[in-house]
Design a protein around this ligand. Structure first.
Ligand SMILES: *Cc1c(COP(=O)(O)O)cnc(C)c1O
Length: 355
């Protein structure tokens, strides 16, 4: 049976990127060796990392004066690298969910943290927008898409201080005004690559403002100076990232990714709102296009396991909601097809008829 992959991360990737990665694992560039067994300093791999960086810059229209890094450690490592490199006295954080909270926890180890707003009391069912960022903060940090709760803020805030965003789960799904940011980072395993590589887009002259010693591997300057090759980078995930970005470019770039994301999200949310059995879990204006969360209405709550079973039998994979929200979560990253979301909607309609 055909499988429809709605996993939240690691998650769906373009078939072309997977196929070409498989080829590179067998015989990379026709050199008679696997990409798994060559030096990261070989000219063949150097061409890969250079192209991945160039594509990132092109696709997001990244201005001069920024570096693109490919690091290990996941987005979670960035939760500590950010304050290590930027927090001298005080930082401002927006609390929009589990990942934001983890970032806040790390920052507290380095200085004062002001939580400018939080939707924790409402189980993160909306995205706070009315708040003031203190002008004496070293930076302002937010999570653009809340992978677990399914809320997303798709505009770029206006911040009086350097702005830093965790865009793990919505990077390359829409245009971003990178010039407004000091850092944009994320784990690549949601929209770009398999697990193992973290992207960091960083404004070079935003660095060098803290007085503490920064351990070499946690210092962004190390990785800028080394061109992400201070130590051995995650070679294979970087290769797939390059392939994914080639695909994004061929499809028409982030504008086209955005158009598709809107199309898919409209299909699923319309059905959630129409269907007698289901309801969405977050404020309508804050609904994520990447992670669509929904539950069964209270009077049908006991049907949730049955729907999960029904959807699974119809080839749907990864539709169970995160344990902190319950219900269902449909992840619709860049490589997700309209066909898949239509199949899901068919399942929802069929299930409604049966109950
Ligand atoms: C998945 C995710 C993370 C964690 O990424 P790791 O690479 O596993 O550390 C952080 N932030 C957001 C928004 C995520 O979706």
């Amino acid at each position: 049976m055909k499988k429809y992959n709605f996993n939240a991360g690691p998650s769906i990737l373009p078939k072309q990127a997977i196929d070409n990665t498989a080829k590179a694992v067998q015989d990379f560039n026709g050199i008679g060796l696997s990409i798994l067994e060559i030096s990261h300093r070989s000219k063949d791999f150097k061409a890969v990392i250079d192209e991945a960086e160039a594509l990132f810059k092109e696709l997001l229209d990244i201005p001069e004066g920024y570096s693109v890094l490919f690091l290990g450690g996941g987005a979670s490592m960035q939760f500590c690298m950010i304050p290590y490199n930027f927090l001298e006295k005080k930082a401002a954080y927006l609390n929009t969910g589990v990942w934001a909270k983890k970032a806040i926890k790390e920052a507290k180890g380095f200085g004062e943290v002001v939580e400018v707003a939080s939707s924790a009391d409402a189980n993160y069912t909306f995205y706070p927008k009315d708040f003031t960022i203190p002008s004496d903060a070293d930076y302002f940090h937010f999570t653009s898409n809340n992978t677990i709760y399914g809320t997303e803020y798709r505009k770029d805030f206006d911040s009086p201080v350097p702005m830093i965003a965790d865009m793990s789960s919505d990077i390359l799904s829409r245009p971003v005004d990178v010039s407004k940011y000091a850092v944009i980072y994320g784990g690549a395993q949601k929209n770009i690559a398999p697990a193992g590589v973290t992207f960091v887009i960083i404004k070079n002259d935003a660095l060098g403002k803290v007085s503490r010693y920064i351990p070499t591997m946690l210092n962004y300057q190390t990785h800028i100076d080394g061109g992400s090759m201070f130590n051995t980078p995650p070679v294979l995930p970087i290769y797939t990232a390059m392939e994914t970005m080639r695909w994004v470019k061929e499809q028409g770039g982030v504008k086209e990714m955005e158009r598709r994301a809107i199309e898919r999200a409209d299909i699923v949310y319309s059905e959630i709102d129409r269907n007698r059995l289901f309801r969405g879990t977050v404020a309508e204006e804050d609904r994520s296009r990447m992670n669509i969360c929904f539950v069964m209405k209270d009077e049908y709550k006991e049907l949730e396991p049955a729907f999960l079973e029904f959807a699974t039998q119809h080839g749907m994979v990864g539709v169970k909601g995160h344990r902190s929200v319950g219900g269902f979560r449909i992840s619709c990253y860049n490589a997700q097809s309209v066909e898949a979301v239509k199949e899901l909607v068919k399942c929802m309609q069929e299930f409604e008829k049966q109950h």
